[in-house]
Design a protein around this ligand. Structure first.
Ligand code: NDP
Length: 480
């Protein structure tokens, strides 16, 4: 059985303890590879390698750094098929999604930051007293990057690429639940000629490897994407050490559907924004708020379209919904459906695990589930479920839709459907979210700031925001 290895100091190596964890294929529920059960010792080795590589890498010209990152993006594209198949097998997502979204976006992340760094300028401020200030933006040192399982290579590369482009060396941990594409990436980095120690990937558990990265006193900057509770734990550890932190956390995103929207376009997109990747995207809209005048029409059309989504083998091209990432996660989502019922919710479609044993698939599939009849304050409408479950609620006025939208502790993203440009702008302004999409969803320009407010996170990634995060500004004042 294949053994995944850590990538430390330019080489693929076994964990120092020689201990491994099982890696499951979500669609079959079978173990198909082993993951290093790394610990603090492996993290220490990775930090040592990164520290040694830092002086040379931070002084390597931007052109050279850019060329290496660009080569990594080309290699990801050249290996798209293999990476997409690996991502699908490891995560349970349809291979069509990995081929169209996850892997191309990972290549794009490297390409984007390979070129962004060439255009990253600093400011200067002239003073009437006869002095000029200029700002140096210097690489910080060893950056820690910790990412989740839902979009494995997509989110892993979203952190690593800007950190490396800015001249830092990196110690990174992918989710232990989905390690395979990060392992394949380490091979591509070697092939691309990334100098040894510049990027180090340590596989293993959050409370061992993740915690060792967070606690390490020679890692002054941490970029984390994952759940809000884990983010709080990381912040608690990092704060007294005065680490620079970027936290991209959970969400409970509203989709606001007004009666003046382009109905057909809205319906098509909302099916997708509710259930893409089995609802396991932090940006999926899990609370559908619908103007009462079109509520019944939308309900019948939406439920009809959702029932058409094919739950099946992630390897098949016509599968819309693959498996959930783990047994524990599937059970968590199913328990939320039970809570919704206890809270008085009416399940309009779905609600159960799907048995695909007859196809040789004993994994973790759930029917896409639509629930109505719940109030805004109930647990189902307040807590992140992170699965193929959405609720529907009617509203009468714009103010009501905005109040409902802003009613949770989260504030990541919203999607607004209206053809009235004034309404669109007014609503966008009043939503407490980091991102508002109008008449679209997940349309991403990588130059824009990305992140959430309230308990959805601290800081912004994307574009120059990411390069600013991974550099330390230093003001130099010269009197002439
Ligand atoms: P987790 O918070 O459980 O894990 C995220 C990463 O942190 C994993 O690599 C995990 O390792 C690691 N980790 C766990 N415990 C610790 C610790 N004590 N110290 C350091 N690292 C630790 O999130 P999930 O993987 O379950 O991802 C789902 C969550 O991510 C959802 O809440 C979702 O909303 C959020 N998310 C947010 C996004 C955003 O941009 N705002 C984007 C995508 C997802 P291990 O896997 O071994 O536990």
């Amino acid at each position: 059985m294949e053994k995944i290895q850590n990538y430390i100091d330019g080489a693929l190596v076994n964990p120092i303890s020689n201990q491994y964890l099982d890696n499951y294929e979500p669609s079959t529920a079978e173990v198909y590879s082993h993951i290093p059960d790394s610990d603090k010792k492996d993290v220490d080795a990775a930090v040592k390698a990164a520290k040694q590589a830092f002086p040379a890498w931070s002084k390597t010209t931007k052109d050279k750094r850019s060329a290496i990152l660009y080569r990594i993006s080309e290699l990801i594209e050249e290996n798209l098929e293999e990476l997409a198949a690996a991502e699908s097998k490891d995560n349970g997502k349809p291979v069509s999604l990995a081929t169209k979204v996850d892997i191309p976006r990972a290549a794009h992340n490297f390409r984007f930051f390979a070129t962004a760094i060439l255009h990253f300028a600093s400011e200067s401020h002239q003073m009437e007293e006869g002095a000029i200030n200029y700002t140096l933006k210097q690489a910080i040192g060893v950056a820690g990057c910790i990412s989740p399982w839902n979009l494995p290579l997509y989110l892993f590369s979203w952190k690593i690429a800007p950190a490396l482009a800015a001249g830092n060396c990196v110690v990174a941990k992918p989710s232990e639940i989905t390690p395979m594409s990060a392992f394949l990436l380490s091979k591509l980095c070697i092939e691309a000629g990334l100098p040894k120690g510049v990027l180090n990937i340590v596989h293993g558990l959050g409370h061992k490897v993740g915690a060792a990265i967070t606690e390490h006193d020679e890692i002054p900057v941490i970029s984390f994407t994952g759940g809000t509770a884990t983010g709080a734990q990381i912040a608690k550890t990092a704060a007294p050490m005065f680490k620079k932190l970027s936290l991209e956390l959970g969400g409970k995103n509203p989709t606001l559907i007004f009666d003046d929207c382009n109905y057909d376009k809205m319906l098509r997109t909302v099916v997708h924004s509710s259930f893409a990747n089995q609802g396991q995207i932090c940006l999926c809209g899990s609370r559908l708020l619908i103007h009462s005048s079109i509520y019944e029409r939308f309900k019948s059309d939406f439920v009809r379209e959702v029932k058409k989504l094919k739950v099946g083998n992630p390897k098949n091209a016509d599968t819309n919904q693959g498996a959930l990432v783990s047994k524990a996660h599937m059970e968590k989502v199913l328990s939320h459906i039970e809570i919704a019922k206890e809270e008085g919710g009416k399940v309009l479609c779905g609600g159960y695990q799907v048995d695909l044993a007859h196809e040789g698939l004993n994994g973790w599939f759930i029917e896409p589930t639509v629930i109505e009849g719940l109030n805004m304050d109930c647990r189902t409408n307040q807590e992140e479920i992170f699965g193929p479950v959405v609720t529907m609620m009617p509203f009468d006025t714009d103010e009501e839709a905005i109040t409902y939208s802003n009613s949770t502790k989260y504030g990541l993203a919203a999607s607004v459907w209206t053809e009235n440009i004034s309404r669109a702008n007014q609503v966008a302004e009043q939503l407490h979210m980091g991102i508002v999409w109008t008449n679209c969803w997940l349309l991403r320009d990588l130059r824009t700031p990305f992140g959430g407010v309230k308990q959805s996170g601290v800081g912004r990634e994307g574009g120059f925001e990411a390069l600013r995060f991974f550099t330390e500004p230093k003001n130099v004042c010269i009197k002439y």
